[in-house]
Write a protein that binds this ligand. Structure first.
Ligand SMILES: Cc1cc2nc3c(=O)[nH]c(=O)nc-3n(C[C@H](O)[C@H](O)[C@H](O)COP(=O)(O)O)c2cc1C
Length: 247
C-alpha cells in the first residue's frame, strides 16, 4: 500500500508560525507551538469560508484515518461485526477508528443545538473532523436508514456552512439477515450525503445479505467472499480519498 502525502500550500500561503516550525523541525507535522497545525483540517470548511486554517499537510509515513460508524446499538449486531471485520482486512496505511458513542447522542433538537453541542455530539464532530474519510455500516430498517444513524448524521451536518461532512469522502457497507443486503438503506444514505456535499464512493456496493450465514456466533466474518469484497471497498476508499484531496 502506498503511503500518502498531501500537497501543502505554497510557502507564502502558510501561517508564519508554520513556516517557523518547518524551518526548526524540518517537517510540517505536529508542532506544539502552532497547536498541532497539521492535524486534520475541515477542508470543506476552509473551501467554503476562505478561513486560513492549517495546511492539510501529512508526513508520508502517517497513515490515512477513517472514522467508522455502525448504525446499530445491538451487542450482537451484524453491522458492528462487519465494521470490526473491516479493521482486520484494511490495507496497510489505513487506520479505522470506530466511534462507538452513537447511543449517547440526544435526538436532534435545534433548541439544544443553540445552547451548544452536547458533549457526545462534539465528540462525534471531532472524530469525523479528524478523519480523512468515513466508513459507515448501516442496517436497513423499513427500507430506510435506522434512526440512530440518521440522527448522528443530522447532528454532524450542522451547521451546514461549516459541517465536518462537507467534502468528506465516505464508503458505505451494510448487513442484514434479509436478501437485499441493505441496498435500499444504502441508497437512502447516499441521498442524505448530497446535501452535505460528501462524496460517496460509487462502488463496489458491499451488500451483505443473509448475514446470519456469514458471521460466526462470536461475530467473526467467516465468509471469505465477503471479506474480499470489504477489502476491495477499503482499497478503493483509499484511492478515492487520495484523489479528492485538494492539491
Ligand atoms: C424496525 C426494524 C425494521 C427492519 N426492516 C428491515 C428492512 O427493511 N430490510 C431488511 O433487510 N431488514 C430489516 N430489518 C431486520 C434487520 O436487518 C435486522 O434486525 C438486523 O440484524 C439489524 O442489524 P444489526 O444486526 O446490525 O443490529 C428490520 C429490523 C427492525 C428492528
Amino acid at each position: 500500500m502506498r503511503r500518502i502525502e498531501i500537497a501543502g500550500r505554497r510557502d507564502a500561503e502558510r501561517r508564519p508560525e508554520q513556516r517557523d516550525c518547518e524551518q526548526s523541525h524540518g517537517r510540517r507535522q505536529l508542532c506544539p507551538r502552532s497547536g498541532g497545525h497539521v492535524q486534520n483540517v475541515e477542508r470543506g470548511h476552509r473551501r467554503r469560508t476562505g478561513l486560513t486554517l492549517a495546511a492539510p499537510v501529512r508526513h508520508e509515513t502517517t497513515p490515512m484515518r477513517a472514522c467508522g460508524l455502525a448504525g446499530s446499538l445491538r451487542k450482537g449486531s451484524y453491522n458492528r461485526a462487519l465494521l470490526r471485520a473491516a479493521i482486520t482486512v484494511a490495507p496497510s496505511g489505513l487506520d479505522i477508528e470506530v466511534f462507538e458513542r452513537l447511543g449517547e447522542m440526544p435526538l436532534y433538537n435545534a433548541d439544544v443545538e443553540a445552547a451548544g453541542d452536547p458533549e457526545p455530539v462534539a465528540a462525534l464532530k471531532a472524530a469525523i473532523g479528524a478523519a480523512d474519510a468515513l466508513l459507515i455500516v448501516t442496517p436497513e430498517y423499513n427500507y430506510g436508514v435506522p434512526g440512530v444513524l440518521k440522527n448522528a448524521i443530522d447532528w454532524a451536518s450542522r451547521p451546514p456552512s461549516s459541517s465536518v461532512l462537507d467534502g468528506k469522502p465516505i464508503a458505505l457497507m451494510g448487513a442484514t439477515p434479509g436478501r437485499t443486503g441493505t441496498a435500499r438503506a444504502q441508497l437512502a444514505l447516499r441521498q442524505s450525503f448530497v446535501f452535505t456535499r460528501s462524496p460517496v464512493l460509487p462502488g463496489p456496493e458491499v451488500l451483505v445479505a443473509e448475514a446470519h450465514e456469514k458471521f460466526a456466533p462470536d461475530g467473526t466474518l467467516r465468509d471469505e467472499a465477503t471479506r474480499e469484497h470489504v477489502r476491495e471497498l477499503l482499497q478503493r476508499l483509499v484511492r478515492w480519498t487520495e484523489r479528492l484531496r485538494p492539491r
